[in-house]
Design a protein around this ligand. Structure first.
Ligand code: GLV
Length: 391
């Protein structure tokens, strides 16, 4: 078992053990990747306050997210194609999350289906929904999530149209899974990955294939997904989906206080401040920079979650201290999965919890629920002084 000290160690192993086209899919942002880079570099600008001679015994990272008890306020974010990072990847990640005591969110664009994950887990997971033009298919997905006992619907609002990730274009992977000749050579060197993949029958988008009209294989899916994300998704449709679902609703992809207010009007249970990990609007401000404004706008009326840029427990601490009630990690756990399968996801969660716990203690706090802005040094210009900032 390799020594893993931090998420970066898992990232290096992930890169070594996984076909380039899938590793690149995970480790990329859209266009120039400015937002992708700033999601992490802006965290580095915030510093922690060191306190001493404070009783550090009996610490807890336990909290709640949308009323569910969590071992730490860190959910696994929805990530497309997770089952191509490692065979049965979504099942493995969901099982690791369940054992650790944090929520797992299954992506619409997953390889393992809602039913697959439900079959291999015992506790409810969350289901992330992309809205498609085919209303019947969307309604059916909602029904399937309900039948599987999912305890929250995470509706993604920032991907009606796909931001281009150059690496995916070069690798021949733009939602379809057709490797280029160079990638075929790379695939041939990833023996263990290939052997594991051959041992599972779950190798296509199983939430979609066989469920959407006229989609029975991956090649028709290419065309289908390009044509079927709903460009007309608006707040009325969000309301319709809320009614149809009837359960806990989390709106993901909110990066503007005005949109946060709209989410509040709709009656969502939580919002996720997110720029999709820098994969959509390149040039958007980092999530951590936008978080304070959004917390000021709606934080006392709706649960605010945070996503995009978390690679350490210190990052989790910073987001919580800035007012988030919960956080999501995507790449950090996918690196664990690609590196070592289910134990790798557990390792990623352990790394993050330990970092969160130790940093919290060194800030002089014993309970993650008590973290507040006064454990941070935030640069005076952190939110930016924009001459043309929207009101
Ligand atoms: C889909 O969610 C993606 O970011 O590729």
């Amino acid at each position: 078992m390799p020594v893993i000290a931090c998420i970066d160690d898992l990232k290096r192993l992930h890169k070594r053990r996984t076909p380039k086209m899938f590793y690149d899919y995970c480790d990329s942002g859209s266009y120039t990747e400015q937002t992708y880079r700033e999601n992490t570099s802006d965290f580095d600008r915030i510093r922690l306050r060191q306190r001493v001679a404070v009783d550090m015994s009996d610490r807890t990272t336990e909290s709640t997210m949308i009323g569910e008890t969590v071992a730490m306020p860190v959910a696994l974010a929805p990530v497309g194609l997770t089952g191509m990072q490692r065979a049965d990847g979504e099942i493995k990640a969901a099982r690791a999350a369940e054992r650790f005591g944090v929520p797992f969110t299954l992506s619409t664009m997953s390889i393992c289906s809602i039913e697959d994950v439900a079959k291999f887990t015992t506790r409810p997971f969350w289901f992330q929904l992309y809205v498609m033009t085919d209303e019947e298919f969307v309604d059916n997905l909602i029904e399937r999530a309900r039948a599987a006992g999912c305890s929250a619907l995470v509706l993604t609002l920032d991907l009606q149209i796909l931001g281009q990730r150059h690496k995916d274009v070069r690798n021949g992977l733009s939602v379809r899974m057709a490797p280029t000749a160079r990638n075929l050579v790379d695939l041939a060197t990833k023996w263990n990955w290939g052997i594991e993949m051959l041992s599972t029958h779950r190798r296509t988008f199983r939430n979609i294939v066989g469920h959407a009209r006229n989609v029975n294989n991956v090649s028709s899916l290419i065309q289908w997904s390009n044509e079927n994300f709903d460009p007309k998704l608006d707040w009325d449709k969000v309301r319709r989906i809320k009614e149809k679902w009837g359960g806990k609703l989390i709106l993901k992809g909110i990066l503007d206080p005005e949109d946060a207010r709209r989410a509040l009007d709709v009656g969502a249970d939580a919002i996720v401040v997110s720029n999709h990990g820098g994969r959509q609007q390149d040039g958007a401000l980092s999530s951590i920079r936008m978080l304070p404004q959004i917390v000021r706008a709606v934080g006392d009326q709706i649960e605010v979650h945070f996503d995009s840029g978390i690679r350490t427990g210190q990052d989790v601490l910073k987001a919580l201290a800035m007012g988030a009630k919960g956080t999501f990690i995507g790449r950090a756990y996918v690196h664990g999965l690609g590196a070592m399968g289910q134990p790798g996801v557990t390792k990623a969660l352990e790394v993050i919890r330990k970092e969160l716990d130790v940093s919290m203690a060194l800030c002089g706090r014993r309970d993650v629920k008590t973290l507040s802005r006064d454990v941070l040094y935030v640069p005076a210009d952190f939110e930016g002084e924009w001459s043309d900032a929207p009101a």
